[in-house]
Design a protein around this ligand. Structure first.
Ligand code: 5GP
Length: 125
């Protein structure tokens, strides 16, 4: 079940502030409060979606298209499509999702290194 009191729901309702980069009827993009790189943004859809699974199953095609197009608009505006960027979304416990509102991390601004460090990587056999 979607928890209406999660922190990103409050950001959408403007009950708590954020450093906003982009907003339209479907999407909000803002700075992560605890950045992992020089550029670390969070893109969230407006609507009650707990994670990627929920979003893909319940959002309309228009909303899904518009959400990803907005992310691309911002990567283009920030010119990180030239230098490179990483999109990450965490779903559930193993991925350590901490906020239960679907979000995509947009991470850029330096060489980001490997996706998962050697000591945490255990291949599935
Ligand atoms: P997750 O671990 O769920 O994939 O990512 C949640 C992200 O939300 C974290 O990177 C964390 O720093 C960020 N975050 C948590 N609370 C807030 C907040 O109140 N404002 C902003 N801007 N980011 C937050």
């Amino acid at each position: 079940m979607y928890n209406k009191a999660n922190i990103f729901a409050k950001i959408i309702k403007k009950e708590i502030p954020c450093k906003m980069v982009y907003e339209d009827e479907h999407t909000l993009i803002f700075h992560d409060i605890n950045p992992s790189a020089p550029i670390h943004l969070l893109a969230i859809p407006k609507g009650e979606f707990r994670s990627f699974e929920d979003f893909v199953q319940k959002a309309s095609t228009d909303q899904i298209l518009s959400f990803f197009a907005s992310i691309q608009k911002i990567t283009d505006k920030l010119k990180i499509n030239k230098s490179g960027y990483r999109l990450i979304t965490n779903h559930g416990k193993d991925a350590m999702q901490t906020v239960e509102h679907f979000h995509i991390h947009i991470i850029a601004g330096k060489a980001l290194g490997p996706l998962i460090t050697a000591d945490t990587h255990h291949a599935i056999k």
